[in-house]
Design a protein. Structure first.
Length: 202
């Protein structure tokens, strides 16, 4: 019944079934996602807020790809849900999924500026965390041409704009190779870059 309520964004029914002592509020679906993760992915803000008040909630539960509800909401761009999750006392804001991508990396690649800002305000969030391919949040944002996120990350002293992934690509190389000229310019404005040519096949 809880899954039914989450799917239909039925807050009244969700509140009713949450009072049942036999309810498993963390029961996952076939993909390993819990009700709060599903609600976070679908943008069900009120449902997420309701579930977060349950003392048995596992706010950092992982799905089969090791994404948390926060990672899902950050990638989808649901700012209010991200705020709600970050306000939970047990939240872990810098988790890594199966590809070693953090919520910050997912938000940066998807272009969600305000969510990137919120995550960067957390002391535990590593601004320059590289994934399994060596891509940092800056590289992901640069590859997608998200200029304002690139500029925000470039202001950080703990972000290496010269970093290269496993294929030798820097954030500048990603931006330039994909034709994101204003994003590439933003990186050039940050300081001197290593512009050594790359033999690319991307």
């Amino acid at each position: 019944m809880l899954w039914w309520a989450v799917e239909r964004n039925d807050i009244a029914t969700a509140a009713l079934v949450l009072g049942r002592p036999d309810l498993d509020v963390n029961l996952p679906d076939h993909s390993g996602a819990t009700p709060v993760a599903h609600a976070a992915t679908r943008g069900r803000t009120s449902i997420v807020q309701l579930l977060l008040h349950d003392p048995k909630i596992k706010v950092n539960a992982r799905d089969d790809y090791r994404n948390t509800p926060l990672a899902r909401a950050a990638e989808e761009g649901y700012r209010d849900i991200v705020v709600a999750l970050l306000g939970h006392r047990d939240i872990q804001a810098d988790t890594r999924n199966s590809f070693d991508a953090t919520p910050l990396a997912l938000a940066a690649e998807a272009g969600h500026l305000e969510i990137v800002r919120l995550l960067l305000e957390r002391r535990e969030v590593e601004a320059d965390a590289a994934d399994l391919e060596g891509c940092t949040p800056l590289a992901r944002a640069a590859a997608m041409g998200h200029e304002q996120i690139v500029r925000m990350l470039c202001l950080r002293v703990d972000v290496d704009i010269q970093s290269r992934d496993r294929d030798g690509y820097s954030p500048f190389a990603w931006a330039a190779s994909r034709g994101h000229s204003t994003t590439a310019r933003a990186l050039l404005e940050r300081g001197e870059l290593d512009l050594k040519p790359l033999d690319t096949n991307k």
